[in-house]
Design a protein around this ligand. Structure first.
Ligand SMILES: NC(=O)c1ccc[n+]([C@@H]2O[C@H](COP(=O)([O-])OP(=O)(O)OC[C@H]3O[C@@H](n4cnc5c(N)ncnc54)[C@H](O)[C@@H]3O)[C@@H](O)[C@H]2O)c1
Ligand SMILES: O=C(O)C[C@H](O)C(=O)O
Length: 333
């Protein structure tokens, strides 16, 4: 079984390597690359790779977005501006909110059944923006909308395996990361690290900070030239592949951590009622299936320290979520 995948923002720092990685997937039969600039060039380049998928590039002219999205099974969105040093992800809201809103209007009209994977920041707000647009258009299915928080999970296994003195075994390190995708809304549950690792409290807190602010590390190192692109492309392709594998009927008992509307499954509702405050959206452990979210698993036991981290995350997230919802409420669609 193979699928039509669309990358919106395909000519960007994430979009190009992400498109390259998706071109390598045998789960993809058609790859539609859309951007406001240079998408045909990126598509021409990638199309020379001799993997089975057909690649086409689209620009806004001649209803490009509509044609790119037509019959899409999965739409991955890394469109929008990245951070520069000194900025928070929320500082991107003013520009990226309308970009994501307008793309969502296109998805509602031309690919209402597609899985939608949102990479554009601030994810805590852009996912609610997509949901609100799809709701207004009567096509919202919470099982099919995902905020991509995989990079936090990828970073956690890299940083924790390094701290455990086993950097070459990082792929074996599984660390739940829940909450949102910005600073203190990112909550690594290091007490559930597998293989289990015993860190003293100060190492533990250092690791939590590093995972929460891993994005800033890259923004600082790039010194004005943007934020994480290559590690994000890796993480985005990994998550998109998991969604497509599940859609093709290959089930996995390994959860993926992704930022979803908690109504997507009864397990989400249970998590919502157990959280120390209101949060309609949360990154949670999800088992994927043919229709997207199949089951939301419990977050599991947490230490008192992690409970405090969760409290802080929830209090910040709620404002991010309301900001996205209000933005669509006040938009003329
Ligand atoms: N979720 C995550 O973990 C994560 C990680 C890294 C970056 N990001 C976010 O991803 C976004 C993209 O980052 P980047 O480094 O690739 O930026 P970039 O500037 O290199 O690329 C963005 C691309 O989006 C395109 N674009 C702008 N408006 C568009 C529109 N209306 N339709 C289609 N395409 C449009 C631009 O032309 C550009 O090619 C940023 O918002 C960044 O903060 C998220
Ligand atoms: O840090 C950023 O702004 C980009 C991204 O969200 C990241 O976590 O690397």
């Amino acid at each position: 079984m193979s699928f039509k995948a669309v990358v919106v923002g395909a000519a960007g720092g994430i979009g190009q390597p992400l498109s390259l990685l998706l071109k390598q997937s045998t789960l993809v039969k058609e790859l539609a690359l859309y951007d406001v600039v240079n998408a045909p060039g990126v598509a021409a380049d990638i199309s020379h790779i001799n993997t089975p998928s057909i690649v086409k590039g689209y620009l806004p002219k001649d209803d490009g977005l509509q044609h790119a999205l037509k019959d899409a099974d999965i739409v991955v969105i890394p469109a929008g501006v990245p951070r520069k040093p000194g900025m928070t992800r929320d500082d991107l809201f003013n520009i990226n909110a309308s970009i994501v809103r307008d793309i969502s209007v296109g998805i509602a009209a031309h690919a209402p059944k597609a899985f939608v994977l949102v990479i554009s920041n601030p994810v805590n707000s852009t996912v609610p923006i997509v949901a609100e647009v799809l709701k207004k258009k009567g096509v919202f299915d919470p099982k099919r909308l995902f905020g991509v928080t995989t990079l936090d999970v990828v970073r956690a296994s890299t940083f924790v395996s390094e701290a455990a003195g086993k950097p070459t075994e990082s792929l074996e390190y599984r660390i739940p990361v829940v909450g949102g995708h910005s600073g203190e809304t990112i909550v690594p549950i290091l007490s559930q690290t597998q293989p289990s690792s015993n860190f003293d409290q100060s190492t533990l807190e250092g690791l939590v900070k590093r995972i929460q602010f891993g994005g800033d590390e890259v923004v600082k190192a790039k010194d004005g030239a943007g934020s994480a692109t290559l590690s994000m492309a890796f993480a985005g392709a990994r998550f998109a592949t998991a969604v497509l594998e599940a859609a093709s009927g290959k089930s996995s008992q390994q959860p993926e951590y992704t930022y979803v509307h908690l109504s997507a499954d009864a397990g989400g509702k249970e998590i919502e009622s157990s959280l120390p405050g209101k949060a309609e959206y949360f990154s949670v452990p999800v088992l994927l299936g043919k229709n997207g979210v199949e089951k939301i698993l419990p977050i599991g036991n947490t230490t008192d320290y992690e409970k405090k981290l969760l409290e802080t995350a929830v209090s910040q997230l709620n404002g991010n979520i309301s900001k996205g919802v209000s933005f669509v409420e006040s938009s003329k669609l």
